[in-house]
Write a protein that binds this ligand. Structure first.
Ligand SMILES: Nc1ncnc2c1ncn2[C@@H]1O[C@H](COP(=O)(O)OP(=O)(O)OP(=O)(O)O)[C@@H](O)[C@H]1O
Ligand SMILES: [Mg+2]
Length: 378
């Protein structure tokens, strides 16, 4: 019994209502026992003295005590009805309270239990606008987020296994060909196998980097960074690659750009990824230009190319993990896995900037732009 009261909020509440009523009734009984007789006598004698002085003399004392007994029994009767009515109200109120407070709490605890068992699609009804309704709506938001994370995790495992399978199948196929004597044991065959193993290696490295970046498991070294030296470092690094593809790689910087606040290595990584992509998806004879200008309290750095472009239906997904516009195209062109832009996006956000892409479509080039905050003066 005690255990039942300890475990049920509604029972506790009913008990507290009843306790208040019992204390109230007890106080009234004590009052009627000790205060009522003297108070009654004082009031009645005062009244009689004023209105009918002869009453005491005509045996008024007897009729007074009879009157008091009658009064007290009617008082007790009224008290009993009042106590009963109060108890009925207490039970009704606690039932109503149970329905309006305990029921949603109960629903939420059931839903929490289901979520902890792995059913992430669980939701509770939101009724009204009080604190409990707010709690229920936050609970639903949390459940939805968990559901999304779970879906993302499942998708990631599916994507990763798919991406790993492709080079593994190629390596396995080549090795079997070699063992069966179908493939000649030439240097080209070994190079092909090596290239696939290399692809696998790069993919694993990229995945590791992505998980580090997305989990923010790295230290940012935010300092003042000069835009000119940043752009210079990247173009110097990529010029041999651009020359080998006969692509002109230039930059246009507004003079006297203020320095930015960023982690230099990460900013270089962002710009290198975007410029690397631009070179990768631009055919021979094209051009890639890095443009930097100040817009309010930010520096906008754009990488513009005259390459293959991105059709508009692909633009919203371009920063998604493993997303490639044309899978066969990127495989041929050096085996991209579609993680580069996801890492770049996460890095830009970590540095407090934004990134977006513009492209008028197939064959008309693309422009990737990101922002970084400038150093505030003063
Ligand atoms: N400058 C660009 N011009 C045209 N398409 C681009 C450009 N940059 C990116 N893309 C498209 O976006 C896709 C995703 O780019 P992302 O850099 O994330 O992956 P990737 O280059 O394929 O592989 P990696 O992970 O090795 O960088 C590419 O596969 C390509 O289809
Ligand atoms: Mg890339």
């Amino acid at each position: 019994m005690i255990d039942y009261f300890r475990r049920h909020l509604g029972a506790k509440l009913l008990l507290s209502y009843l306790a208040i009523i019992i204390v109230g009734v007890a106080v009234l009984i004590v009052a009627s026992q000790f205060i009522l007789p003297t108070s009654f006598n004082r009031h009645m004698s005062g009244m009689m003295g004023l209105s009918n002085g002869g009453m005491m003399g005509m045996g008024g004392n007897n009729s007074m005590s009879q009157l008091f007994v009658d009064f007290r029994s009617s008082f007790n009767e009224a008290l009993t009805y009042a106590a009963l009515a109060a108890m009925i109200v207490a039970v009704t109120l606690s039932l109503l309270f149970t329905r309006s407070v305990i029921a949603p709490v109960h629903a939420m605890s059931l839903a929490t239990k289901r979520i902890s068992e792995g059913h992430y699609d669980e939701h509770v009804e939101v009724d009204g606008a009080d604190e409990l309704a707010q709690l229920a709506s936050y609970f639903n938001q949390m459940a939805e987020k968990l559901d999304q994370v779970e879906a993302m995790r499942r998708r990631l495992i599916g994507d990763v296994s798919h991406e790993l399978r492709t080079p593994l199948t190629a390596i396995k196929g080549s090795m079997e060909g070699l063992m069966d004597g179908v493939l000649p044991a030439t240097i080209e065959t070994y190079q092909q196998i090596h290239a696939e193993a290399d692809r696998l290696n790069r993919l694993v490295d990229d995945l590791q980097e992505l998980s580090r970046v997305e989990a923010r498991a790295y230290q940012l070294d935010i300092r003042t960074v000069d835009i000119f030296s940043l752009v210079k470092t990247v173009t110097k690094r990529l010029t041999p690659h651009a020359e080998s593809k006969r692509i002109s790689l230039d930059f246009e910087l507004t003079p006297d750009l203020p320095p930015i606040l960023a982690d230099e290595d990460r900013a270089i990584q962002i710009l290198t990824n975007l410029t690397g992509n631009a070179l990768q998806y631009t055919p021979e004879g094209g051009s890639v230009t890095i443009i930097a200008k100040q817009i309010n309290a930010e520096i906008q750095i754009s990488v513009h190319d005259t390459g293959v472009g991105i059709p508009s239906e692909h633009l919203p997904h371009i920063f998604d993990r493993f997303y490639r516009v044309d899978k066969s195209r990127s495989r041929q062109g050096g085996g991209g896995s579609g993680i580069g832009l996801t890492i770049t996006h996460a890095l830009v956000e970590a540095l407090g900037g934004r990134i977006w892409v513009e492209s008028v479509g197939d064959g008309n080039g693309s422009t990737f732009t990101f922002t970084l905050p400038i150093v505030e003066k003063g």
